[in-house]
Design a protein around this ligand. Structure first.
Ligand code: NAD
Length: 250
């Protein structure tokens, strides 16, 4: 049996760390040629083409997508994963911070999609997967700005699915819960007792542990591939049930 993504080309934004790197690895293992568009492409997994790009800059995005097309001659799968965090209530972040986080988390996905669409339209197996978050649909304290951007990513995914399905491009999104990535590790490392903080964070998850980057990646790969051929406009939660279960802390 030939690999699921044989002959296909995938772009993964933020593909040099955490969830994006796990997605890049899983797609590569399944036969895809993968380009990681990242601010720091040096961290791209082995066998993945790392390309320096800033999703908040249109010229940078266009040049990077062109580089992928020049290198491989096609683009079939786009994973809009690059994102940054923000903490606080509506009172805590000034306007320029709101614009900055929107520019990366929401407009980043818009820009890369716009640049990739002409290639995706020519693919017989086109799929876009956007990485949102459990924060898109769950009221999490101290995350007003971040949650709003992720809600927008989920809405954008549905709207894009409606616009492009008849062109043969399926769009879906994945909503990870708190995942074990360098991003979360950085937050833990800034705590006075990282090990205790980690144990407390594990205990706050409905299933008692952080989500792994690989678990999220497998959901992304499912939605990017032929096994999900009849799925469009959906948000797949990989959050231990956080968004839907009403478990009380033990
Ligand atoms: P990470 O910080 O480990 O990796 C993010 C990558 O994106 C980095 O390589 C970084 O260089 C890149 N990046 C950041 N800004 C960029 C820009 N402007 N242009 C290009 N690349 C840029 O983070 P992660 O935990 O793997 O998160 C990946 C995605 O998953 C994000 O969208 C995040 O919001 C989402 N997410 C993460 C968690 C979590 O708990 N880790 C939970 C839910 C959703």
């Amino acid at each position: 049996m030939s690999p699921e993504f044989e002959d296909l080309v995938a772009i993964v934004t933020g593909g040099a760390s955490g969830i994006g790197a796990a997605v890049a690895r899983e797609l590569t293992d399944r036969g895809a040629r993968v380009a990681a568009l990242d601010l720091e492409p040096g961290g791209a997994p082995q066998g993945v083409l790392g390309i320096k790009a800033d999703v908040s800059e249109d010229d940078s995005v266009r040049a990077a997508v062109q580089e992928v097309a020049d290198a491989y001659g096609r683009i079939d799968v786009l994973v809009n994963n690059a994102g940054i965090g923000a903490q606080g209530t509506v009172e805590d972040n000034p306007d320029d911070q709101w614009h900055r986080v929107f520019d990366v988390n929401v407009m980043g996905a818009v820009r890369v999609t716009r640049a990739a669409l002409p290639y995706l339209r020519r693919s017989p197996a086109a799929a876009i997967v956007n990485v949102a978050s459990v924060a898109a649909t769950t009221g999490i304290p101290q995350r007003a700005l971040y949650s709003t951007t992720k809600g927008a990513v989920q809405s954008l995914s549905m709207a894009m699915a409606a616009d492009h399905l008849r062109e043969g491009i399926r769009v879906n999104c994945v909503n990870p819960g708190t995942a074990d990535t360098p991003w979360v590790q950085r937050l833990l490392d800034s705590a006075p007792d990282p090990a205790a903080e980690r144990a407390a964070l594990d205990a706050r998850q409905p299933h008692g542990r952080l989500v792994s980057a690989e678990e999220v990646a497998l959901a992304v790969v499912y939605l990017a591939g032929p096994s999900s051929g009849s799925t469009a406009g959906t948000a797949l939660a990989v959050d231990g049930g956080m968004a839907t279960l009403r478990l009380r802390p033990p």
